[in-house]
Write a protein that binds this ligand. Structure first.
Ligand code: ATP
Ligand code: ZN
Length: 210
C-alpha cells in the first residue's frame, strides 16, 4: 500500500490547528519542529512540514498527495488542485483598507491609486471585475505600514480581528475574499480509499465540534 503524504504549515497561524486536527483523527506522529517529515505510526501517511506558500504547488505536482492551507494561498498561486474539505479554522478576509482620514469613498475612487499588497493576483482579478484600474504595488510583508510611509494610498491584506489595521490608522474599505483553511488534494487522489478514510475521520472530528 502506497504511503500518502500530507503537507501542513511548518510554523505559523495554521500549524497548531493542523496538527491538532490530524491528532484528533487518531493519527499518531511526533511533531518535531526540526524535521521536515514525520511518519505516522498507525496510518500509511507521512506529514511534510512546509512554508504555506509552497503547499499548493507541492500538491499540484503530486510531491504531496494532500495539503492543508488557506484558500487565499491557493487562489494566489492559481494551482490546479481539488478542494476536498473546508476545515473551519484559519478564518480571515482579504480586504482593501484605507487610511482613516482620506477621500476614498467609493470603489471607483481607487482608480489611479496605489494599492500595496502581497496578493497581487487576487487583487488584480478583483479590480478587473470591478472595472477599476489601480497601481498594484506588490510587497513581501508589513503591508499595513505602507500608506503611512507614503508608499501607497491603500492596502489589500488579510484581516481577522482588524486590530492591526486599527493600530496603523487604517480602516476596512472593501471585502475582496474570505478564506479559511481547506484540505486540498492533487487531481488524481480523490478516489484513493486511504484519502476517503482520512476525509471521513476529518468530517467526524468537525461534526463533534459543532
Ligand atoms: P509561512 O512562514 O508558512 O510562509 P506566513 O507568514 O506566510 O507563513 P501566516 O501568517 O502563518 O503565514 O498565515 C498563514 C495563513 O493563516 C494565511 O495564509 C491565512 O490563510 C490564515 N490567517 C488567518 N488569520 C490571518 C490573519 N489575521 N493574518 C494573516 N493570515 C491569517
Ligand atoms: Zn507564507
Amino acid at each position: 500500500m502506497k504511503t500518502l503524504k500530507i503537507a501542513i504549515q511548518k510554523s505559523g497561524r495554521l500549524n497548531e490547528k493542523s496538527v491538532e486536527l490530524l491528532k484528533n483523527c487518531g493519527l499518531n506522529f511526533e511533531n518535531y519542529k526540526s524535521s521536515l517529515i514525520s511518519p505516522v505510526s498507525n496510518f500509511p501517511l507521512e506529514i511534510l512540514f512546509l512554508r504555506d506558500d509552497d503547499i499548493p504547488e507541492y500538491v499540484q505536482d503530486g510531491i504531496a498527495d494532500l495539503g492543508i492551507v488557506g484558500e487565499n494561498v491557493i487562489q494566489e498561486t492559481e494551482v490546479e488542485v481539488s478542494y476536498l474539505q473546508r476545515l473551519g479554522f484559519g478564518k480571515c478576509s482579504l480586504k482593501i483598507a484605507v487610511p482613516n482620514n482620506n477621500d476614498i469613498q467609493n470603489l471607483s475612487d481607487l482608480n489611479g491609486k496605489a494599492i500595496a499588497t502581497t496578493y497581487p493576483v487576487i487583487l488584480g482579478k478583483f479590480l478587473k471585475e470591478q472595472g477599476i484600474q489601480s497601481d498594484i504595488r506588490t510587497i513581501s510583508g508589513s503591508v499595513e505600514i505602507s500608506p503611512g510611509l507614503g508608499l501607497s494610498d491603500a492596502i489589500c491584506d488579510l484581516v481577522s480581528t482588524g486590530g492591526t489595521l486599527k493600530s496603523n490608522g487604517l480602516k476596512p474599505f472593501a471585502d475582496v475574499m474570505s478564506s479559511e483553511a481547506v484540505l486540498i488534494g492533487c487531481k488524481t487522489i480523490e478516489d484513493n480509499h486511504l484519502v476517503q478514510e482520512l476525509i471521513q475521520r476529518i468530517q467526524s472530528v468537525l461534526r463533534a465540534k459543532e
